[in-house]
Write a protein that binds this ligand. Structure first.
Ligand code: HPA
Length: 288
């Protein structure tokens, strides 16, 4: 029993609200993590909607997360690609249930995108990674203790027990690799451990995460991945290595440093996206 409207109803309502503001039919949805928000400023024919206005989409109070949905076109070498971009995101550590955190990504999926690209800034556990490296996520460890599908399932949106064997779509991953080769930007691969935060890890936790097989650690992305897979939308995810995880680099970790590194690689991320977007926009949508 729930006192709220079903998920499918809330999603349809939010998507209709967005469609009422913008005629863009986005081919690709994106979520921009810490420091990557300026990419949304490049959108032309842009309609920007504050999250606070979209029914059900939570607002983030974290510095570096603007909190707007931007719809329009991103220029690429193959012409403009219609996109829907979340400039910023909410996090579970802000005190919201994972289902709420993931709702914005669900709205992107509800707008009919063929692919969802999630980005974040992460700490490196793999000692061969360095700040500024770009890593495509191939799998995750959800260690946050939270899951956006907890609670009653709405079967109209997705199954009770969704399969996550290929949570990160291999075909989209291959397109990211191809885009990286086309731009000459090295792209690594890694497994992302999602922790609750907001404190950074202790050095002992960092050693544990490495032993568990993770290459990256962060506090986001996984709720959105799970929700998108629940809806059957293919996902790709990209981490910017912001820092070496605690105890590996020597220094102390700060959010300012995380944002500063992401800002430095903005140009490389933009070039990678410009090569990736037309490829992803052409990719057939699962089940379609
Ligand atoms: N740990 C967790 N989350 C992060 C980190 C980190 O080192 N860097 C950026 N986000």
């Amino acid at each position: 029993m729930t006192t709220h409207a079903d998920l499918s109803t809330r999603l349809a309502y939010a998507a209709a609200f967005v469609r009422g503001k913008s005629g863009t039919a986005p081919a690709v949805g994106m979520v921009l993590g810490s420091g990557l928000g300026p990419i949304a400023e490049r959108v032309t024919r842009a309609v920007a909607i504050p999250f606070a206005e979209i029914p059900g989409v939570p607002v983030s109070r974290v510095p570096g997360h603007a909190g707007r949905l931007v719809l329009g076109d991103l220029a690429t070498p193959e012409g403009p690609v219609p996109v829907a971009i979340m400039q910023g995101r909410a996090h579970v550590y802000e005190g919201r249930p994972a289902a709420e955190v993931a709702f914005g990504a669900r709205v992107l999926c509800g707008l009919g995108v063929r692919a969802l690209l999630l980005t974040n800034a992460a700490g490196a556990l793999d000692p061969t990674l360095a700040p500024g490296d770009l890593v495509r996520i191939t799998d995750h460890l959800n260690l946050s203790g939270q899951n956006p599908l907890v609670g009653e399932n709405d079967d109209r949106v997705g199954p009770r027990f969704p399969d996550l064997t290929e949570a990160y779509d291999p075909a989209l991953g291959a397109l990211l690799d191809e885009a990286a080769r086309a731009t000459g930007a090295p792209l690594r691969r890694g497994i992302y451990a999602c922790v609750l935060g907001p404190s950074y890890e202790t050095p002992a936790e960092v050693r544990m995460l490495r032993l568990l097989g993770a290459d990256l650690v962060g506090m986001s992305t996984v709720p959105e991945v799970i929700a998108a897979r629940h809806q059957g939308v293919p996902v790709a995810a990209l981490s910017v290595v912001a820092n070496l995880a605690a105890g590996l680099g020597g220094g102390r970790l700060t959010h300012d440093e995380v944002q500063a590194v992401a800002a430095k690689v903005l140009g490389r991320v933009e070039a990678l996206l410009a090569a990736f977007l037309p490829r992803a926009a052409r990719a057939p949508r699962e089940g379609a």
